[in-house]
Design a protein around this ligand. Structure first.
Ligand SMILES: [Zn+2]
Length: 250
């Protein structure tokens, strides 16, 4: 998200976990810019994941997390049943009680779904969106994004030590990292890859893979093409076509 206006905020919130695709990023370039080519480093993956969990904690503290007894939390628990451990990764699912039509994931497997998105879709489509988010984690898009942010922020760079370990960050810095995750800008390729992951996941769970198509159709029907989720690249049409191809390959 590049501008803070109510309209753009809505658009960003429709991105379903940062599915805006303008820009994207080049990790190598980012490291060269941030660290100087001679100093380009790769951060320790576990350290980045730990930092992500701290950022998620910071984010949880600023949002109204649905209590386990609430209808939203129970519905999400049902939708994500069996996904706490998936493909060798651990995931933690929670609902934020907020009207935004959004969801996001972080490198450590944190997945947060806004109640606004749950209100907008039936269970199978919510699961499709969650599959898309899990795809960003599985394919390390979320990890690469957080690494890039840390390596291009001079104050955060200072916290990186030998071995690519990320040292202690301030609450404000953790908040910034969470913000980047919520408003993630992934490349077209990353988005398509995550859509395909969701299709395969739905299929492997015995669910209808067409739910991924329907989730996009729901967003388009309810929010039109004004949202960056639907108007940015890849186009909605291309995205639907690619999802269909992925379904055909099942
Ligand atoms: Zn996405």
């Amino acid at each position: 998200m590049k501008r803070i206006t109510p309209i753009v905020t809505l658009a960003a919130l429709l991105t379903v976990a940062g599915c805006t695709t303008e820009g994207g990023f080049d990790t190598n370039k980012a490291m060269a810019v941030g660290m100087g080519v001679a100093q380009a480093v790769t951060l320790n993956e576990e350290s980045v994941k730990h930092t992500a969990s701290l950022a998620a904690k910071e984010m949880d503290g600023k949002n109204q997390v649905a209590p386990a007894s609430s209808a939203y939390a129970q519905r999400l628990a049902g939708i994500t049943s069996g996904l706490q451990n998936y493909k060798g990764l651990k995931f933690d699912f929670k609902v934020y009680l907020a009207p935004e039509v959004n969801a996001f994931a972080m490198a450590d497997g944190t997945v947060r779904v806004y109640s606004g998105l749950m209100d907008a879709m039936p269970d199978d489509q919510v699961l499709a969106v969650i599959g898309h988010e899990i795809g960003h984690v599985y394919h390390k898009h979320s990890y690469a994004q957080m690494q890039q942010k840390i390596l291009t922020d001079s104050a955060m760079q200072a916290a990186v030590s030998v071995g690519g370990m990320v040292g202690e960050l301030t609450q404000g810095q953790l908040g910034q990292l969470a913000y980047v995750a919520v408003n993630a800008q992934f490349s077209q390729q990353d988005e398509l890859e995550s859509d395909e992951f969701a299709v395969k996941m739905l299929h492997s769970l015995g669910k209808d893979p067409y739910a991924m198509k329907r989730a996009i159709a729901t967003l388009q029907a309810k929010y039109g093409s004004d949202s960056s989720f639907l108007s940015s690249h890849p186009s909605n049409k291309e995205r639907i076509q690619r999802i269909q191809k992925a379904i055909d390959r099942l």
